[in-house]
Design a protein around this ligand. Structure first.
Ligand code: NVA
Length: 328
């Protein structure tokens, strides 16, 4: 049985790799999905490899993180080093959805990420689970360029199901799916069909238009979540099944900056944490205010560096996919 939530005792995890990370060739998918917030085309970064400094320092930080995980007796798996990504394998969270006896390599929103699943698929060979790769066409008609400069228009039309795995958070039989530029409604329906009737997919809509759910909320244990108050302003924005949870409102993030001209996320990556278990999480090392809040709730924080988290667009939740957690 593979992991079904975000917080029970972690046993096996995939950790991403910054090697070969690049800004892909510009196309309509990149323009709409990653850069809808940039009204002018000349604000987009040039295609090509990220600077060597970004890649090397990220891999140094990842090596420290792996050392920490192994010290916690967590088994670490890595992307296939032979895979040369058209985007990156820094964020396995975006690509691979794991739940119980099922693994889904999701139909990702960016064309450049269509083959990224190949870096991870063999890691699941030892597990007796149902694996599915969702292939889609990504025609131009999937993308709505009216989203550029307007967060009220989403990047994805409903022509086919399309979503990144990082649009999803899991709480056992309840799955939460953000409808946004990196996941359409058709994708949520597809996921519901894939998971079957014993599991319920709840959607969050009109909460955050851009990419992924894991800088908006984090599940700390059943009944306790961490919320980003710049996006969740009242409980009613959450699906009903979360409205009776206790909420820790995240403090303002400590900004860690980014490489000049290369920024893939907001400072709210501060809440993009990885839970080792219900009492221990990994935070980016500058997030002391968040640490204080979490400690009030009996959650210890391991503070680790990830210098280019904002540059590459992923902190400790994004750069991992938890494969096995103790079942609850
Ligand atoms: N797109 C998100 C990061 C997702 C982990 C943000 O910029 O906050």
């Amino acid at each position: 049985m593979l992991s079904r939530n975000e917080y029970s005792q972690l046993k096996t995890v995939i950790v991403g790799d910054a090697t070969g990370a690049k800004i892909p060739v510009h196309d309509i998918s990149l323009r709409c999905v990653n850069y809808a917030d940039k009204p002018n085309d000349d604000q987009l970064p040039t295609s090509g490899l990220y600077p060597q400094q970004v890649i090397e320092e990220s891999n140094e930080d990842i090596a420290k993180f792996i050392q920490f995980l192994e010290g916690e007796s967590v088994q670490v798996l890595r992307p296939d080093p032979a895979h040369d990504p058209k985007y990156y394998t820094y964020c396995p969270r975006d690509t691979v959805f794991v739940h119980g006896d099922k693994v889904l390599f999701t139909p990702m929103a960016l064309r450049a990420r269509a083959e990224e699943f190949q870096a991870y698929i063999d890691l699941f060979k030892p597990f007796d689970v149902r694996k599915e790769v969702v292939l889609i066409d990504r025609e131009d008609s999937l993308y709505n360029d009216k989203c550029i400069g307007d967060p009220n228009v989403l990047a994805l039309n409903e022509t086919e199901n399309c979503f990144d795995a990082a649009n999803i958070l899991r709480n056992n039989d309840d799955i939460y799916y953000l409808v946004s530029n990196s996941g359409n409604k058709k994708g949520a329906k597809y996921l519901q069909g894939f998971l079957g009737n014993n599991v319920k997919v709840h959607t969050l809509e009109n909460v955050y238009s851009y990419m992924h759910l894991d800088s908006t909320i984090a599940f700390l244990r059943d009944g306790l979540l961490l919320a980003n108050p710049s996006r969740i302003k009242k409980k009613e924005q959450l699906p009903k099944s979360l409205q009776n949870w206790d909420i820790i409102w995240a403090p303002e993030p400590v900004e860690i900056g980014h490489y000049p001209g290369l920024c893939n996320s907001s400072p709210w990556l501060s809440i993009n944490l990885l839970s080792i278990n219900e009492k221990l999480v990994v935070l980016e090392e500058h997030q002391h205010n968040l640490r204080q809040e979490l400690e009030k709730h009996g959650i210890e924080c391991a503070m680790l560096p990830l210098r280019h988290a904002v540059t590459l667009g992923g902190c400790f939740h994004c750069i991992t996919t938890d494969v096995e957690r103790q079942d609850v």
